[in-house]
Every structure is written in structure tokens, then in C-alpha cells.
Design a protein around this ligand. Structure first.
Ligand code: ADP
Ligand code: MG
Length: 489
């Protein structure tokens, strides 16, 4: 498989992703069993989860709400009359013998999600649908040599399946899409977005075709992708593999593949028997769901600001560089904290630098997130305002004030400034006086400077620092000293 493919640019890849989003509802999709992850096996079960005869499902309203929220966030058309179907198949971890899902009438139709690539290029990934369904239980094959174990805690947990159109063109685009989707479900607070723990599961459908061809090639579906990085690796490998086969005159079999993260390769899991008949039919135990206009309006009213809206606000209204806006919006708690600072300070770029720099490094070092930060945003804003007005310098801000707040998060910057003896408002006005005094003290050095010996600035700086007891901003002092020296002819 490591053959060199020298006609790769004649091909294009076409990828469609199916992502299962596990909703963070307290109970399951169709009964009140707990949906908590990590309990002892078979604790979260009732006759409904077990599929006992006569047990009846009941739709979890929160799950409908979460699906609607995601649909609204990606501009889907919300299907106001939709119903559930049964997908029939036999498997040990599916006690009912069918999965409740949506086939013909999914709750969300269409939609789009904008991605940004490293090149700065933007692309709208078009969604086909989002439908609601329930999860199956878990079969555990590696605990015993002779038996398989079944844990039904997950059976019936609420899922959304988010399906894109076949229009993603590379592993990098797929990774960007997943990053964006994960960010969105976290902003909406409908899923923890943790791929490693299975809260978001992705299947990648990959095909290739010659450029210019309009018909889609045969696709393979890669399963078991438990991180965004692995989705990208699997797709990149699969594209190479398929082009390699076509170059050898072979056709692509429509297989389901497994990705092995250790080797980076895909291997056949099962061939897709074309006669995969799930005998879908409408779920007779659940009424069709009617989503009223009022219900939709109520959900719209409680939608939080979304990453893309914040990106636009940060770049357009606050004038932040795109890079800053992307970093700040990557994490909702971080964006929220930044916004909280800007309620008390309009020095947006300084605020952004503080959030991305000092605050983020402090949190990283102490293994915390922005949600854990105990220092009120208002106090950080107070520090930023002091820096912006040149009343203190950056090093005083960080090493004195911020350091003090870390130790006493309930302290007020206004008091700390006094306690630490930081502000000498007159100092700024006095700066010029200090410089004049310093220059007058060393007239020979002024001459040396004018003769080209620029290094003497250090001496004047030292003198000014001494005169001001270190309380002037070194950068500003340096600038003013040069101005004064250049001014003396
Ligand atoms: P299935 O019923 O097998 O799940 P779907 O029609 O629902 O098939 O499509 C599943 C996913 O596969 C979608 O994301 C779709 O965009 C993608 N897909 C379909 N055909 C192709 C293809 N030829 N190449 C790449 N992706 C494809
Ligand atoms: Mg599918």
C-alpha cells in the first residue's frame, strides 16, 4: 500500500460523514431509565430498555428539544410533522429486535455548517438530515474466552444522527467539520462532544472519482473512528487505497471497513450485502410528533450565541484578528469569559491577549478550564484598563496584580493597586522630567549618542529607572529618551 501514486491529481475524493451524537439528557430517549455513563452493567434498565412484552415507549421531550436546537443552529428546516420508524434487525445487544429511529421523516432536513481550513479558505458543508434514534446496548467480547457479555445500560440512550451530503473533499475538511460540529454541540450544551468516550461517533463514507466525472464512485464506509485525528488518517489512507486499486484496473467493492489506529490502515469488516433489508415501518407505539410554531419560537428565544455569530462579532465589531476570534470561540467558557471582560473594558485586543495568553497559560499550568477560573472577569478588566491607560506596565499587571489575584481571587484590583504601591499617576507626567534630569546629568553621553554610539541609551534608561524607583513603563521611557536625544541638535 505504500506504492507511489503519480497520477493522484487526476482524482478527487468524495466523502460523506454520519455522526452519532449522544445527547446529554438525564434519561433515555423513550423511557425514564437513567442515561448516566459509567454505572455498573445493567443498572439503568427497566422493561422498556429490556424490550419486555407490553412495555410502551414514551418520547423524551428534552431529546426533541435538543434535536431542534441543533437543527436551528445549522439552518435546517425543522420538520414540524415527523414520526418514528422501526429498523428491524437481530442482535444480542438489541433486546427489542428493532431500533426506534426516523427513516422517511427526520426531524431536521438539510442545513449547513461553515468550516475554515488552515489556508483561511471557508466552505459550507451541506447537511442532508438529522434524525433522532436510540442507541443499542453494548456487547463485550473480550472479558471471557467462551462467553460474550451484554450491558444494556446504553440501550435506548438518545442519539442524533447527523448526516452530510457527499461533498467533503479531504481528510482535513472532514476533521474541520467534526471540530466545528463538536464545538456546536458543546455550545448548545446538548452533548459533551467527547469522541474518545463515544459521545460522538463518526462513520466516514469515502469514494474517489476522476476529476470532471459527475457520477459518484463506489464508496466504502469506515467505522470505529474514535478521534478526529483518526477520522482524518482513515480518510487519507482510504483515498490512497482506492486510487491505488483503480490504477490497477480494479473496481471498488462497497465494503464496510474497520480502521486500525495502530497501523493507520483500513481492513474489511463486512461486505455490504446489497440486500440489507431493515423492513422499516412506522413505530406504532409512538404518536407522530407535531412541533408547533410556538414551540419553535420558544426554543429560538433560548438559543445561546453560537461560535460563528461570536466570530463575526469579535472580528467585525471588536476589530480582532481572525486568529484571535477563532481561538476565543473554540471553547465556549473561554468566549464567555472574554465577553464578560469586554463588559468592563473596551480594550478588546488587550483583553484578547490576556485571555489567550496570561489566563490560558495559568489555567493550563493548573489544569483548569475557564469555567473554573475564580477571578471575576471584572477584575481582569480593571487590570487591562490600567495597562491601557498606561498607569501600570505589563509586567506589573502580570507579575504583581494578576499574581496577587491568583492568591486572593476575591480581592479588588483597586485595593491591590494601593496595597502594592503600584500607581503613581504623576509618574507619567514626571517621566519627561526624569529624562531631562538624566540627560543633563550626562552631557558627554548625549554627545556620544549624537556621534552614533546608540548603546548609551542603556545608561539613560538606568538613570530614569533609578529616579522613578522603577515605576515608569520601560518601553515608553525608552521611546521618549530616543525622542529627546534625537531632538537635541
Ligand atoms: P446508508 O443508507 O448506507 O447509510 P446514505 O444514503 O444514508 O447511505 O448515506 C450515508 C452517507 O454516505 C451520507 O453522508 C452520504 O453523503 C454518504 N455517501 C453516499 N454515497 C456516497 C459516495 N458515493 N461517496 C461518498 N459518500 C457517499
Ligand atoms: Mg446511514
Amino acid at each position: 500500500m505504500n506504492q507511489i501514486i503519480n497520477n493522484i491529481e487526476q482524482f478527487e475524493a468524495v466523502i460523506g460523514l454520519e455522526v452519532h451524537v449522544q445527547l446529554s439528557t438525564a434519561s433515555k430517549a423513550f423511557c425514564s431509565d437513567s442515561a448516566t455513563f459509567g454505572n455498573l452493567p445493567n443498572q439503568n434498565i427497566s422493561p422498556v430498555s429490556l424490550g419486555l412484552p407490553g412495555a410502551l415507549p414514551l418520547t423524551n421531550e428534552k431529546a426533541v428539544k435538543y434535536a431542534t436546537k441543533l437543527g436551528l443552529a445549522i439552518d435546517s428546516k425543522i420538520n414540524q410533522y415527523n414520526f418514528f420508524d422501526r429498523k428491524n434487525y437481530f442482535y444480542a445487544d438489541l433486546p427489542k429486535g428493532y431500533q426506534i429511529t426516523q427513516d422517511n421523516e427526520p426531524i431536521c432536513i438539510g442545513g449547513k455548517l461553515k468550516i475554515r481550513l488552515e489556508t483561511g479558505e471557508e466552505k459550507d458543508i451541506i447537511l442532508n438530515r438529522i434524525h433522532m434514534e436510540e442507541d443499542a446496548g453494548k456487547s463485550i467480547h473480550d472479558l471471557d474466552a467462551d462467553y460474550s457479555y451484554i450491558d444494556l445500560n446504553r440501550a435506548g440512550v438518545a442519539l442524533l444522527e447527523v448526516v452530510t451530503e457527499p461533498m467533503i473533499s479531504s481528510g482535513e475538511e472532514a476533521a474541520a467539520y467534526l471540530t466545528e460540529l463538536r464545538k456546536l454541540v458543546r455550545y448548545l450544551d446538548i452533548c459533551d462532544g467527547n469522541m474518545e468516550e463515544g459521545s460522538m461517533r463518526c462513520d466516514a463514507n469515502v469514494s474517489v472519482r476522476l476529476k470532471g466525472e459527475t457520477k459518484l464512485g463506489n464508496r466504502c464506509e469506515v467505522k470505529n473512528l474514535n478521534s478526529i485525528k483518526n477520522v482524518q488518517r482513515a480518510i487519507e489512507h482510504e483515498i490512497q487505497r482506492q486510487i491505488g486499486l483503480i490504477n490497477k484496473g480494479k473496481t471498488i467493492d462497497q465494503n464496510t471497513l474497520n480502521f486500525d489506529a495502530a497501523t493507520g490502515k483500513t481492513t474489511p469488516l463486512r461486505s455490504k450485502e446489497m440486500a440489507n433489508d431493515y423492513r422499516y415501518f412506522p413505530e406504532p407505539d409512538l404518536l407522530p410528533m407535531v412541533i408547533s410554531d410556538e414551540y419553535l419560537e420558544a426554543i429560538k428565544a433560548e438559543m445561546p450565541a453560537l461560535p460563528e455569530q461570536l466570530y463575526q462579532q469579535f472580528t467585525k465589531e471588536m476589530g480582532l484578528p481572525s486568529y484571535d476570534a477563532l481561538v476565543l470561540t473554540a471553547d465556549k467558557a473561554m468566549a464567555d469569559y472574554f465577553i464578560a471582560i469586554t463588559k468592563h473594558s473596551t480594550s478588546y485586543k488587550l483583553a484578547s491577549n490576556w485571555v489567550m495568553g496570561t489566563l490560558k497559560s495559568f489555567l493550563n499550568e493548573t489544569q483548569q478550564g475557564f469555567a473554573d477560573l475564580r477571578i471575576p472577569a471584572e477584575e481582569i478588566a480593571a487590570i487591562i484598563n490600567l495597562v491601557a491607560h498606561k498607569e501600570i506596565n505589563n509586567s506589573q499587571a502580570k507579575n504583581k496584580l494578576f499574581a496577587a489575584l491568583v492568591l486572593q481571587p476575591e480581592a479588588k484590583v483597586a485595593n491591590l493597586v494601593e496595597e502594592l504601591n503600584l500607581i503613581h499617576k504623576k509618574c507619567d507626567n514626571e517621566l519627561e522630567g526624569f529624562i531631562i534630569t538624566a540627560l543633563e546629568k550626562f552631557p558627554d553621553k548625549v554627545k556620544e549618542y549624537q556621534n552614533g554610539k546608540k548603546g548609551v541609551i542603556g545608561l539613560f534608561m538606568g538613570e530614569v529607572m533609578k529616579l522613578s524607583h522603577g515605576k515608569v513603563d520601560p518601553k515608553q521611557a525608552n521611546k521618549l529618551i530616543i525622542e529627546k536625544l534625537e531632538g537635541i541638535k
